[in-house]
Structure formats: structure tokens, C-alpha cells
Design a protein around this ligand. Structure first.
Ligand code: ZN
Length: 244
């Protein structure tokens, strides 16, 4: 009897895993997620500077370029659909997420402790965050689906926990990813450097290719599923540091 129960559970687990990792998000769903950022020509429609959604795993996803930014008095384009992606990953993995809800400065180009950064600090403290992923976008002509920034070639922003990169590499397998090829996230003014050096939490900057950042159902779903599987792998490990 016990045996039958166990095998049924195993089958259910396999089935669940399969449905979770191959979810197809509709164009309508994706557009709805991105709507609040596209508003006002990508300046966002919120009165609030940022929004935070509480999760149940010790991983925080940050998306600071969901809307346009002001950098040195120049207006910079949004990393489009990183907002839709962050909200989707919150649902699919249970990760905490924080994302910019309206244009106000540039969170990834400042040494100030902005409201957004103060909130990250508070989440880290209250929720026991073990890993931060700062989500960005690269252009479609870049030869990489995901460029993983660890600060520099010695993975300074991983704070000695290089097993995180190994886990990501084994999770992504044969996918077309690169490490520190286009952006490292290692400059003094980045969110990654702030989180690693000031908050003491290992942080990655993930740059997602534009190919996967649109309302195209197939492409968006492909990336959302890849990142979901990767975050699930990571969350299983960051819970038990003795396994590293
Ligand atoms: Zn960016």
C-alpha cells in the first residue's frame, strides 16, 4: 500500500514538473503583465517608485529597468518585458520580486542608497534572502540568450559562493548562454555591486536577449520556462548550504 502511494506521488511529481517547465504563456497574458510599464510611452503608470511581491523562497529577483531611466540627464530605453518576466517568475517559482513601476533615475547607475535599494535591504533582512538576481536585457544581435554577470572573472559578486554559477551552468546545459561577455554588473554603481558588497548577498546580473522579450508566446515562454527551472534548481540548493 505504501509502495503504491509512493509511486503514485512520484508519477504526480513528474507530471507536475513537466507541466511547470513547459508552460505556454499566451500573448494576451504577456501583454497584460507588461501593460503597466508600456503605459505613458514606457515611463510607467504607477504613483509608486517600485512594487514588491513577497515570495516563499530565499531568492529575490530585481528588475530595475522595466521602464525608461534617466542617466546623466539622458533618457534611456527600458529593458522591455523584463517586468512581465519578473512577475511571471514570481508566480512560477515563489521568488520575491521587486521592480521599478515608474521612471525615476537609474537604479543600476548610482552610488546613492535610493528608495528601491533601501527596500532591497529591508527584504534581505526580513526575508533571509540568500541570492539576488538582477534582471536586464541585451539587444537581439548579441550572440547569447542569457549573459550572466558575476562582477568580474573572479566572480567577485558571488562572494566566494562560486557553486551558484556552477549550478546555473548545469541547469542551463546546452543553452546559448555566456558568462561576463557583454556585462559583468561589476561596476561600483550597479545593483549587483551594492547587494554583494553592502548587503553581503551573492548577486547575479542576468541579461536576457531581446529575442525572448516580447509578447511572442513561444519565445517568451521558452525563456520563462528556462529561468523557472534554473531558479527552482537554485532554490533547492541555497536552502541547504552544507550541500554546496
Ligand atoms: Zn538594464
Amino acid at each position: 500500500m505504501v509502495k503504491i502511494k509512493t509511486s503514485m506521488l512520484t508519477i504526480m511529481n513528474i507530471f507536475n514538473l513537466k507541466t511547470n517547465s513547459n508552460k505556454l504563456y499566451s500573448t494576451e497574458y504577456i501583454k497584460k503583465q507588461e501593460e503597466q510599464f508600456i503605459c505613458n510611452n514606457y515611463f510607467g503608470n504607477s504613483k509608486n517608485d517600485y512594487e514588491y511581491k513577497s515570495g516563499n523562497i530565499p531568492i529575490l529577483i530585481s528588475a530595475p529597468h522595466t521602464v525608461k531611466q534617466w542617466r546623466n540627464e539622458k533618457c534611456k530605453k527600458a529593458d522591455i518585458y523584463t517586468g512581465a518576466l519578473a512577475k511571471t517568475l514570481h508566480r512560477s517559482t515563489g521568488a520575491h520580486v521587486i521592480y521599478k513601476a515608474r521612471t525615476n533615475g537609474d537604479e543600476n547607475c548610482t552610488t546613492r542608497e535610493t528608495e528601491y535599494r533601501k527596500k532591497i535591504k529591508e527584504i534581505v533582512k526580513k526575508k533571509g534572502i540568500k541570492l539576488i538576481i538582477d534582471l536586464h536585457g541585451i539587444a537581439s544581435d548579441k550572440d547569447s540568450d542569457i549573459d550572466i554577470g558575476t562582477g568580474n572573472s573572479s566572480n567577485i559578486n558571488l562572494l566566494g559562493q562560486d557553486y551558484i554559477l556552477s549550478l546555473i551552468e548545469s541547469s542551463l546545459g546546452k543553452n546559448n548562454y555566456t558568462v561576463n561577455k557583454y556585462f559583468t554588473g561589476g561596476k561600483t554603481y550597479t545593483i549587483s555591486t551594492y547587494c554583494a558588497s553592502k548587503l553581503g548577498v551573492p548577486t547575479l546580473q542576468l541579461e536576457i536577449n531581446k529575442k525572448y522579450r516580447s509578447s511572442n508566446s513561444k519565445n517568451f515562454s521558452y525563456m520563462a520556462n528556462k529561468l523557472t527551472a534554473m531558479i527552482n534548481d537554485l532554490s533547492n540548493k541555497v536552502y541547504t548550504p552544507e550541500d554546496k
